[in-house]
Design a protein around this ligand. Sequence first.
Ligand SMILES: [Zn+2]
Length: 544
Amino acid sequence: MRIALALAALLSAGAADARTVIVNANGYTLDDIGRLQKFGGLIVSDDGRVERLLKPGETVDGDIVDAGGRTLLPGLIDAHGHVMPLGFIALQIDLSDTTSIDQALAKIASDATANPERKWIVGGGWNQVSWGLDRFPTAEELDIAVADRPVWLTRVDGHAGWANSAALKASGITAKTPDPAGGRIERDAKGKPTGVLVDTAMALIEKKLPPPTAAERAAALETALQIMASVGLTGVHDAGIDPATWALYEQFAKDGKLTVRISAMAGGADALRAIAPKGATGWLFEDRLALNTVKLLADGALGSRGAAMIEPYSDDPENTGLMIIEGAKLRNVIAAASMRGFQVNVHAIGDKANREVLNAFADIQKMGQPLVRPSIEHAQILAPDDIGRFAKLGVIASIQPTHATSDKAMAEDRVGPERIKGGYAWKSLVNSGARIAGGSDFPVEPANPFYGLHAAVTRQDRDGQPPKGWYANEALTLQQAFAAFTTGAAYAGQQERSVGTLTPGKWADFILVDGDVFKMPAGDIWKVKVLETWLAGKRVYARD
Ligand SMILES: [Zn+2]
């Protein structure tokens, strides 16, 4: 009996040796009440969870991974990104680094040769100014690179596209095609289209683009997952998906290929009905995939003056933007989804859209219908009176710090010096007691969450502008920003009990990075490189 017990103890000690133990780490995590904690390593349980944290210098038996003193953080979570577009754009031709049209043509030709199966060659990022051209490029020039298939390349600003002759032909664009309202077809002296289409004219080509094949979609998802893991994301909230995308995510999850936890938001009420007819799915596949949320759009964007403002735009005095959904319709959609247990996340950028969505949430609560962690996505321009309502109504503000530092000049032109005080007002939101979640809106901005942490704490772009920070009174502390990308995002994804901090029982989702973010100058945070990314105790990314 004694021998048997001793043997069992030996065997179980042997099994315990297989557990992964990270030692010699410079670890940081928030604890369950939001305090920053330091630790020296962690034990990963057999099922991929945190068994316990180690003290600095402490070591125990197991499959030892020496962190070499590097900084270890919980995996970061992007509370608002677009996964498939991230992958698709990464797979397309990127001309943003080309400095001459010849260099661009060479790149386009080699991409076409490398991808003989693609029926269309698409990409973007060109800028004739950086090529030293004082005119737009032409279809004839593009034909030199690729003539056997249509080619469509959008300009760096997204407001024009460059087609070759095959693309013009496939889209039926001829000298007789009129310019659509709000757009222009570039033409020669005889009225013949020369290859560049501006603004709404771009749709003449874009509606002819073939939908991606199943293989292209799978490749895009694989690429997006790699990009996310490489920048330290272990979770993402995908801001609006269709049923086909959900099916692809499920397939990847079944195949064990989802290396980032995805909280998918159905893109509108129809997609919600199609994807989750029985109600919120809860977290599936060991907490790797969920559809608990519907995303609605209340207005447009600030750049194109589509964001709905209470008063007219400062740089367009006739225009107050446009509500996409409001009034009874907005309330009906939110109430119906809430009744079925869904979280409702509403995109609102302008102060009018934000007020209307807050009013709608308040009205529904007053009717006695509880809301499941309602969120306003972006919450960009807020009337001062509305800031305190987020906390009061329990509405999450899902913010994208890099939008502020990319948009700063444009945003101030649009809304003027007074209203901008309620713009990107993160500190005011936090001080009012609102819950915030951090994200990037990739691929509109880069997916790298360290760019977001940097923008949140410095209110500067990555060139260090402006030197004192843009309305630096709205900057967050690093701990607040770190919380937005960990515990805040986890809460917004209904998964704060399983991820967001490194705490016994939660998933061992963590990253090793090349610098101590909590000690370095704030201006350097964006330069941090992720060395390893671990999900559920398994390494899913290693730099080189
Ligand atoms: Zn978005």
